[in-house]
Design a protein around this ligand. Sequence first.
Ligand SMILES: Nc1ncnc2c1ncn2[C@@H]1O[C@H](COP(=O)(O)OP(=O)(O)OP(=O)(O)O)[C@@H](O)[C@H]1O
Ligand SMILES: [Mg+2]
Length: 287
Amino acid sequence: MGFFDRLKSPAATSSRARVISFLNQKGGVGKTTMAFNTAHALASRGHKVLCLDMDPQANLSLLFGIETTSYQLHHLLVNSVRELKALHVPALVDDLLVRGKVDLLPSGQELSGFELTVAGIQGARQLILKLFLEKSGLLDRYDFILIDCPPTLGLLVVNALCATHGVMVPFRPDEFSLKGLVHLGDVLANIEEMGVSETPQVIAYIPNLVDLRRKQEEDDLEKIRLHLARELGHSKLTTPFQNKASLVKSQAQKKSVFDYQSKEFAPLQANFSEMVDLIQEWSDARN
Ligand SMILES: Nc1ncnc2c1ncn2[C@@H]1O[C@H](COP(=O)(O)OP(=O)(O)OP(=O)(O)O)[C@@H](O)[C@H]1O
Ligand SMILES: [Mg+2]
């Protein structure tokens, strides 16, 4: 992107990146899928975007075509903690950064040992990612940083949330999802006590893998909408994502839905464009 494009970019007015986490403690609801495609949707509108893979499963890194790297995000995080000097490795952000339409800091198995690695430190264990993003200068280099969270509410996710301004919550509307979403709301409310100046705001809940031909799903969705509005004071639900074989196809080819011209992908592109509109609206309101 050239200098003038950057000036045109709506987020260019704010100097620091907005950090957005894709979050749900439930597995298989579409966090990685949404993070990957939303990142590409933002990039196609001229934003400079970094993806952080905070999941030791490294599914997001795989979508970027990264299978194994000797050093990953885990090492950068450990390197950023002075107390862990004995474990530091010669890894720098710019060596690890995978550059493309969207940039990536990849994950790997080692990240599953993060909690244990930092267990004994005196400093705030929940603020390691936040301080890393500040010290590394990454916040000043991007318009948006998108974090793909693992399906837990452990220390990795708490670190993601302490560094996060906004949250996107994909979910499958079934009889169990409501309880999970309310619990998630409680976790977000508690982040305030973790030593951060702001609690992350939910930008949108994203109903995924919805079968709108089933009356039951439509009813469940409406129930969830009403309940979230009552419990949390607001509930922004996006247009539901249907079960789309073309989404799986694009992932198998390690592409975003924006890499295809065919009509088949138009509904998915519309879904992700709506996501960008919501993010933009939320971001503008913060200025
Ligand atoms: N709308 C959709 N249509 C079809 N397949 C989908 C859709 N959304 C997600 N999937 C598929 O469902 C699977 C799970 O999605 P994804 O990996 O994004 O979920 P996740 O929440 O990141 O999972 P985990 O919690 O394990 O990290 C993937 O194989 C993905 O291709
Ligand atoms: Mg995932």
